[in-house]
Design a protein. Sequence first.
Length: 335
Amino acid sequence: MKLPTADIRKYIQNKVAAHFRDGGVLIELVSGDIERELKIKDCTPQVCGVMQETMERHPHHVVERPFKWQGTRLQIRYYKDTETMYADDRKETIVRPPKVNLGRQMRVKAFSQQVKGTAVDIKKVTVDELKKAAELVAIDKRYGEEGVIIKNCFSQFPKNTDDNIIAMKMALIDMTNSTNLNLHLGKVFLTDLIAKIKECNFDERVARGDISLVSELANTGTTNLFSFFSKYCLYHNFYLHERDDFVIFDSVMQKHVGKYISEYEYDGVIYRSTKIHDCIEQMRITYDYDAYRELIDTILENNRIKSEYRHRKFDWLVWYHNRRKTKKGKKKVRK
C-alpha cells in the first residue's frame, strides 16, 4: 500500500510532536521503521524526504545516512531543543557506511579506494561569521543593491506561466550573476528554456523546495546550465517563499568550498581539501545537484550550524571572502 506524501508528513510530525509533548527530549526515527508502522511499501523516497524536512523543524543529528539520503536505514535523532542536543553525550554526528555484504573481489576494491588531493587546515564556520557575511553583502554597493532589485522583481512577477515574464527574469539573473547565458543560446534556444520552465510545474515545486528542479532544468541535452538554474531556483525559493532549500553553484563556490572540509567521499572516490573542486565538477557534469547540496550540508553539520537560512548565508560567506581573488585584484563576479 502507498500513501500520499502529505499523510506521511502528518504521521511523522505528529509522532515527534506527541513524543515531546509527553515529556520526551529526544526521539530517533528510522525510515524503514516508519514504513513498517504505516504498513506501506515503495514509499522510501517520500519517507526519507519528510524526515529531511523535519530536520528543519528541530535540532537534530544524523545517526546513519544511506547513499544520497535514500534508503530504509536513514536514521535521524531529533531533539526538543538545542540545550538537549548539546547536553547529549552522543552529540557527535555519526554517519555510518551502509552494511553491505561484499564478496572477496568487491572487498579488495573497497579497501583500495581511490584518494585524491591532500588534506590542509580547514576554516571553521560560525553562526557569527555567517551573520556578519550576510550584513556585509547587504551593504555591498553592487551585490546588495542587485539583491534588492531581484527580490522586488520576483515579488512583482512571482509566477512562471508567461513567456515574457520568464524571459525577463532569466535576463535579470543572467545579468546580475554573470552566468553568460547568451553564450549558450547557439546550442539551446531561449524559447526551449522557457518551455521547460513552464512544463515542469515550476512554481509549485520550487515553493515546496524540490531541489530536483535544478538537475532537471540544467540538463538541456546540448549544454550544461547547472549554475544558472541553481540561481533561478534559489531566488524564487528564497525571495518568494522565504525558504532555504537551494544552494548556489558557481565558480566561486566550486573553487573555495574545499577550504571548509578536509575530505569528502563521492561516487567511490575520497576527495581531500585540495581536490574538492574536482569532486564538485563531477557533480556538475553529471547534474547531481542532490549530492552538491549534501556536500554543503555536511560542511554546515560539521560546524554545528543550525541557524535560519544557513545555505544562503554560507554562500554569502564564501562569496564575500573570495570575490576579490583574481589576478588583477578586481572583484570576482558570479559565474
